[in-house]
Design a protein around this ligand. Sequence first.
Ligand code: DOR
Ligand code: ZN
Length: 364
Amino acid sequence: MLKLPGLIDPHVHLREPGATHKEDYDSGTSAALAGGITLVLSMPNTRPPIFDAETLDLALNAAKQKARCDYAQFLGAGPNNGDWNKNRDLPPRAAGLKMYLDSTFGELRLDDMTLWMPHFQTFPKNMPVVAHSESRSMASAILFAAIYDRPVHIAHISLKEEVLLIKAAKERGIKVTCEVCPHHLFLTAPSPLHPSPSGRGDGGEGRLEVRPRLATQEDVDSLWKNLDVIDCFATDHAPHTVEEKDADNPPPGFPGLETILPLLLTAVSEKRLTLDTLIEKMYTNPKRIFNLPDQPETWVEVDEDAIYEIKAADQFTRCGWTPFEGWKVKGKVRKVILRGQTAFEDGRILVPVGYGRDIRQEKS
Ligand code: DOR
Ligand code: ZN
């Protein structure tokens, strides 16, 4: 039995408030525990989006009642809430600030760079700012970090040009960190030679929609080659129901909480990465970058040798599908201990709703 620290996922969408038919704090944090994750940072592109005291309370009240693992909630950067000097009490209650610099699911998008400026200027410099930014907008976000002399964390990098630019920025001492998601490490965009990314029964094209989009084999190879530039593994767990994914105008997003660890442990068993690297990117680095507290008496027990197939039917997420259906993986979460209690064991969640704690609460 392999013992890991309680893992951290700094990027999940739990859909509460507003779209609890896709996921809520109960189902999403159950999925986290089943995946060996004891702490999640929850994104603000909900309905309504989380961008002020009232909406933050809405999300945190739901979380307080329903979460089974520990959590913190991001604030969203909108066009009208850029002056954080007016709201100094809010950032310490949140995971950090999420800025949507490119279009994706939900209403939070800052088109104009004049709208980025106040957020970079006034959000507390000791709190995380995360940018959804792709390609050239990512380069702009890094320039903003340099100009305003504050750290920025780039969400879900997917392209060769992105990882190479982040490498160069780090070499110059710019305060940039980044994460990569399993789907950008294990899947590629459909091409004439490879019509479906996995070739293993994904269903319709709508299932492949995700932002950032799946990229080319060259991009994927470059992410693997430059793993040392990448600070964190994150799921970007973005559940949409299988009916929504298979209908017209499918929303972008993949579930990921229950597949990240088996996929990466399989890569460890294939010697594509080391266990130390996995722990660094799923525990040590996110803990440091997002300034997260210790979770005492918390660990995960994994059967390293268990070989099995990923099946949506076994998952706790409410969305009912996975892009990795049928993948054979090696490494199964057997038990999760969270703050001294057995929270998950052999497929069963053993802590009640409300057990999860807001890790920023003591600061509010
Ligand atoms: O594919 C995505 N889905 N990318 C995002 O940035 C948002 C997410 C969602 O909320 O569905
Ligand atoms: Zn996301």
